[in-house]
Ligand binder design. Structure first.
Ligand SMILES: NC(=O)c1ccc[n+]([C@@H]2O[C@H](COP(=O)([O-])OP(=O)(O)OC[C@H]3O[C@@H](n4cnc5c(N)ncnc54)[C@H](O)[C@@H]3O)[C@@H](O)[C@H]2O)c1
Length: 260
């Protein structure tokens, strides 16, 4: 397992789910970890789940707010030193059909999922360039960047935007030897989301995953750690699916002929 001792890792949306899994995996691997999230109470609860509070800090941040994101990075640096890794993970998933959607609902998804990723990456990249750090940045998109879902137009559009933003940022930061990559989780088991699924949707979902189960936050975290490890030095601008094969194709279709 790669170790991250001496590295300063910032994770946005770290109070729960995938972000918390990523923060914990980096912390277990020896990094100093700064967890940012808009929900202060949830951050406190998340922090309390770490048995070792060394190398750990929490900052309340709204990733839509540029000064707040700059403050997140500055606080991390004051606590532990220059930023080595930024994981732009914070995101929201409200559902509404286009016919019924308020403009404010559209804006809040795009502002959190796309503007928030831009601001988080920009703040970290500026710090890395200033300090001459050969850092790593990972954005969190979704299978939804390429697979539409009823009621999720804003979410799908935001996650497609994250993929292209990541690619261009990777081009721009190559001269500074900062790797920028993206993970696209499939269906990951997080307590808050699972409870909102109805049974019919859940059954259809599992049938569409060749692996036959949802993923766990730590399985996304391990992919993220790999992209931040020395072994991934030549990987930049890549999109790594972590989805149990969900994105392979027409997973719900049978063989075209019984002989096959
Ligand atoms: N769980 C899945 O199946 C799945 C699949 C694909 C992609 N994703 C993506 O993974 C990321 C994490 O989602 P999750 O599933 O762990 O859900 P989650 O709700 O548990 O975590 C998201 C976190 O982001 C925080 N957040 C929301 N708005 C914020 C803001 N403006 N500023 C700062 N923090 C904010 C929330 O408070 C929350 O703690 C999201 O980008 C999501 O789109 C999740």
């Amino acid at each position: 397992m790669t170790r991250f001792e001496g590295q300063v890792v910032i994770v946005t949306g770290a109070a729960s789910g995938i972000g918390l899994g990523i923060a914990r995996a980096f912390h277990d691997a020896g990094a100093s970890v700064v967890m940012g999230d808009v929900r202060e109470d949830a951050l406190d609860q998340a922090q309390a789940t770490f048995s070792d509070q060394e190398r750990l800090a929490c900052v309340q941040v709204d990733v839509r707010d540029a000064p707040a994101v700059a403050h997140l990075v500055a606080t991390a640096e004051q606590a532990f030193g220059p930023t080595s890794v930024m994981i732009a993970n914070a995101g929201i998933v409200p559902n509404a059909s286009v016919l019924n959607m308020d403009v404010s609902a559209w804006d809040s998804v795009i502002e959190t999922n796309l503007r928030g990723v831009f601001l988080s990456c920009q703040a970290a990249a500026r710090s890395m360039v200033t300090h001459g750090t050969r850092g790593r940045i990972v954005t969190v998109s979704s299978i939804a960047h390429s697979h539409g879902r009823l009621g999720a137009s804003a979410y799908c559009a935001s996650k497609a935007g994250v993929v292209m933003f990541t690619k261009v940022l990777a081009m721009e930061l190559a001269e500074h030897r900062i790797n920028v990559n993206c993970v696209a989780p499939g269906v990951i088991e997080i307590p808050r989301r699972v409870s909102r699924m109805n049974e019919e949707f859940r059954t259809a979902l599992l049938q569409a995953i060749p692996w036959g189960r949802r993923g766990q936050p730590d399985e996304v975290a391990q992919a993220v750690l790999y992209l931040c490890s020395p072994g991934a030095e030549y990987i930049t601008g890549a999109l790594l699916s972590v989805d149990g094969g969900y994105s392979t194709g027409w997973t719900h279709m049978p063989y075209s002929s019984p002989q096959l």
